[in-house]
Ligand binder design. Structure first.
Ligand code: HEM
Length: 179
């Protein structure tokens, strides 16, 4: 396959590291109440740091996507499938950026700050349930929408690979070494 028909190494690295971070952040977010009380704060902090990493990497990915156009879709793809693909990718970018942004006030209005290891940021706010409860619900709802969209996105990639047998999935995988 010609180089221009594949995603670049940067796009591939960003794609798979963001995907892994989202899965772990989502899992930690949903299970945080099951951890012992003594480590709950550390789990929320880890969740928040991973979520912030998703935000930073997604902004980098968006910048890279704008400055390095994606390889073209197969000519055989019908217009409705192209539209669905563009809408799903747009929705993924939107949620990958919006969810961490909602997460920040969700954390700070619990009166919790962030511990980056080398330095800490204290919350400037009092613990305010009237604010953090609806924010937590919005944060959770948007996370389920993101996971739903990501599952649909992955199923579409598998459909292309195993049923349509085109190169949509392989061009987002690291290139195989020639045997
Ligand atoms: C892609 C990134 C993220 C995803 C997928 C995600 C997902 C989730 C989910 C599913 C929950 C559980 C909500 C519930 O059960 O009510 C949650 C809770 C939470 N998230 Fe996130 N989150 C992300 C980023 C962030 C960020 C960047 C922050 C803060 C800087 C944050 C702060 C919180 C807080 C404070 C909670 C409540 C934890 C608790 O129950 O005490 N999240 N998140």
């Amino acid at each position: 396959m010609a180089l221009s028909q594949r995603y670049s190494a940067v796009a591939i690295a960003l794609h798979w590291s963001i995907a892994a971070l989202i899965v772990i952040a989502f899992g930690l977010g949903l299970t945080v109440d099951n951890f012992p009380k003594e480590i709950k704060g550390a789990v929320i902090n880890l969740h928040s740091l991973m979520g912030l990493a998703v935000l930073v990497l997604s902004l980098m990915r968006l910048y890279w996507r704008i400055t390095h156009p994606a390889p073209e879709l197969p000519r055989s793809m019908p217009p409705v499938a192209r539209l669905a693909s563009h809408a799903a990718h747009g929705g993924l970018y939107l949620l990958m950026i919006a969810i961490p942004l909602i997460g920040v006030p969700t954390l700070l209005y619990r009166g919790r700050g962030l511990d980056f290891g080398l330095f800490q940021i204290a919350s400037p706010f009092e613990r305010t349930p009237d604010i953090y409860r609806p924010l937590t619900e919005l944060h959770e709802l948007a996370s389920f929408a993101l996971i739903g969209l990501a599952v649909a996105h992955a199923l579409a990639a598998l459909y292309h690979h195993y049923i349509l047998r085109d190169d949509i999935l392989t061009r987002m995988l690291p290139p195989r070494r020639p045997s």
